[in-house]
Every structure is written in structure tokens, then in C-alpha cells.
Design a protein around this ligand. Sequence first.
Ligand code: PMP
Length: 390
Amino acid sequence: ELRAWHEELRVQFPILAAHPEPAYLDSAATSQKPEAVLDAVREYLTTSNANAGRGTYPWANRTTALVEETRRRIKEFLHDPDPDRSGVHLTGGTTEGLRAVARDWLAPQLADGDEIVVPFTDHRANLHPWLEVRDLMARQGVRVRVRALPVQESSGDYDTAELARTVTPRTRLVAVTHVHHVYGADMHVHRVRRAVGPGVLICLDAAQSVGHMPVSMAELDVDFAVFSGHKTLALPGSGAVWARNARGPAFEPGGWDGSPNTTGAVALLAALDWLDAAGTARIGRWTRALAAQLTDGLRHLPSYEVLGCGRSLAADSPVARRQGIVTFRHRRVDSGDLGFVLYHEGFMVRSDSLCQGGRDERQRSVRVSLHVYNSPEEITRLLHALASLE
Ligand code: PMP
């Protein structure tokens, strides 16, 4: 049943129909776009392209309405329990979104002696903005302490018991990641609220979860959720910050400080409709099965080492935690070289140091990341190619 569902969806990606090979296995970097998204962009640009939030003629009014509709749709897509209270700020992507939360929202509220807790082993986009805010405040004579979000070495999980001890009455915000971009682990962020208590803001980097699994603000109990449009089947240079409380200049709904990325919003709207119709729970089941197929296959190839979810992963990591991302390295072949060889064998993968904070630049690896359009045959072929390099 899932198989037929996948086949029906895969043919909707024109770039993959035109180029079935090499296999695209780099969706954590950016996703491919379905016809419905391309059509929506073309329809908008050829019928009603105008600027938003200004003007009194039909094209401008439709553009404004589309951008507002995108904001509303994002709340719905994220199962927002209180859309009248929340706000959506459209951004250029996750990096820009996290920076907006740090600089435009958090910084003006920080006082001398305040603390923030941030991940040092996740994507740098979720580390640098917080360090920048600390430095910005220091230049204004306000000392802000940045503490490391504790991680359990054995599992790779956030250590919530230790986090509860890290949080003090001065802790203002904890930044977390929903799905790790290297290990593919679901970081179980629903546990974070209990550890930090009700008074601390939680900011969620949802770059690798939105569009890949159901993401529910009602369940996660976070204050901000940030994601990228281009990883969510929409266009580069688009993304959003969802904020539980629409306050602060950057998050005011309907505030039109500058010209928004109207085409990006139109594409995102179409992409979210497409994803909901496809079913994010099914997308998650599909990509988790492909990732399990790959990790199981790699276990039989002793030259390869699968990274992540802590040291225990390669042995018997619970598959449920592993989303559609698998990162590995060959024990003797450089990962850059391996990526190059794999391209010539018919696969597009990511191979370098993967933008991970706190990681040695020389520790390179190969990452395979999946979306709804990837198939078990692609994984079988990849495992064959990897076996031939044993
Ligand atoms: N956070 C995570 C977890 C990511 O995987 C990425 C992209 N690799 C980012 C943030 C940054 O996203 P963007 O490049 O769209 O700003």
C-alpha cells in the first residue's frame, strides 16, 4: 500500500522524472520540488505578481492575501493549539529564523546575569546566533552566560536530568533541535519542557523534521519553531519562525516592514498543501524504513561505520528514533573521495564535515538523506556500490 502511494508521488517530481539517475540522496541539504509547487509559482508570477502589504489594486491585494494565507497555513500545518495568540514570521530559512529569534526577540529582553542553554553538537545554525547575541550584549555591557545543552554520550540524547540541573532561575531560553541533521535522531524534545519548567522559553530547530513527520506545537510545548522552505519542497530563500506569542516587532502578524518573499510564500503554501495531502506520518514511515534498510545493510559491511545516536547506534539503536538520515564513513577511504566515487556510481550524497558544531573539521563523513521520492531500489543499489568498495 505504501509502495503504490510512493510511486504515485514520485512521478510528481519533474526533475526526478527527467533524471532518474544519479539517485538524489541529499534531501537534508535541500529537497526536490513537486509539480504542484512549480505550478503554483508559475501561476502566481504569470497572473498576479505584485508587492505585498501595499497597493489597492487586485494583484497587490491577492499577493497580500496569499502571504497572510501562508502564515495561517503554517500555523495549521504545525497543529498550533492557539492560532489567535501565535505569530508567524516569514524568513529566508532556518539560519535566518534562528538569528531573528536570538537577535530581534531574545536580545532586547536580556538582563545582566541571564543565561541561555544551547546545543554545541547540533547544526551550527543553532549555535552561532546564540553566541552572537551573547557578544552583542557584552558590547552593551550586559553579561549573558551561554551554557551547553547536556548530551548523554551513550545514546546521543539530550540529557534531561542533567538539563534540569543546568537550568537556574536566570535561564531565559533553551535551544534544541528536533531531528539531528547528522545522526538523524529524533531528539525527543517533548521531554525538554518538563526538565526546564514552565518559565523558560524553548526554541526548536525544526529544519529536519517539518515535512518529514507530523510536527505538533500542541504536543511539543515549545515557544518558537523554526524551519526552511527549501527543505520542505518549497523554494530556496524561504522559511518561517512560528512564535507561540506574537509580540516583538519581528513577529507581529501583518507587519510589513519590508518587501516579503512573496513567491517563496506562494511556493511554501503549495508545498504544505502537498505534504498534508501526501501525509507527513506516512512520509516518516517511508523514509524511516529506507534508513533502516540502509543501516541494516551497512551492518554487514565491516569497512563502514555508521555514525551517531551515540556509540551504541551501530549495535542496536531503536529504529524508531532514526529518521530518514544516515551518516557513515569508510574506515580506510576518505569521505570526500567516497562521495566522489559514489557520484560516479550513480548517487548524489553529502560528503564533508556537515556543519556540525563542536566537531573536528577533519572528521568527515558521508550522509544519505531521504524524502518521499526515494525508493528501496535506490538503497539496494547504493548498498551494492558500497559493498564493491569494501
Ligand atoms: N538546522 C538544521 C538542523 C539543519 O539541518 C540546517 C540545514 N542543513 C539548518 C539548521 C540551516 O538551514 P538553512 O541552511 O536553510 O538556513
